[in-house]
Design a protein around this ligand. Structure first.
Ligand code: HEM
Length: 134
């Protein structure tokens, strides 16, 4: 069955923002070794430029996520679906919190730890979203 135009727009914006928030983190992580070799401060400048895209994308994920929930007929969802939604909201929050701590971390080990946690939480948010979509 085809999605209606409004559902298509809602999910397209949600998924587009997810590609930036989730895919962008992996793309940047993959580029960092090369950027580090390109000069002092290049990787940090790229990370700063990415944050100008990633945080608006995260905000858009929350707005369109709430739109997804309001477009869902709760009477037709199972209790398992509602539990999974609750888990997703928690994981999304952890994704944002860990990414924020990662950007503020000073030591290399903290940057790596919080970057890793942020990546795992971002992928978990995406995976749970796919299951919610059915
Ligand atoms: C890091 C943040 C997030 C990511 C990466 C993410 C990712 C995704 C993805 C990939 C889908 C599947 C879309 C599809 O297959 O058509 C989805 C669906 C969904 N997301 Fe998110 N999402 C995020 C945040 C949120 C938030 C904050 C909420 C709720 C407040 C939310 C609620 C939903 C719902 C209800 C669906 C199912 C939509 C439907 O079937 O109509 N998402 N999400």
């Amino acid at each position: 069955m085809l999605a209606s135009a409004l559902d298509g727009i809602r999910l397209t914006i949600h998924v587009l923002a997810a590609t930036i928030w989730v895919g962008g983190q992996f793309t940047l992580a993959g580029l960092v070794p090369t950027l580090r070799k390109s000069g002092e401060g290049v990787a940090a400048a790229a990370a700063k430029a990415f944050s100008k895209l990633s945080w608006p994308a995260y905000g858009l994920l929350i707005v369109t996520g709430l739109w997804n929930v309001s477009a869902t007929d709760m009477n037709k969802t199972t209790s398992a679906w509602k539990v999974v939604l609750g888990i997703k909201v928690t994981v999304v929050a952890l994704s944002g919190i860990s990414a924020f701590i990662h950007t503020k971390a000073k030591s290399k080990s903290q940057i790596a730890t919080w970057g890793g946690i942020s990546g795992v939480m971002a992928v978990a948010s995406l995976t749970i979203g796919v299951f919610l979509a059915g």
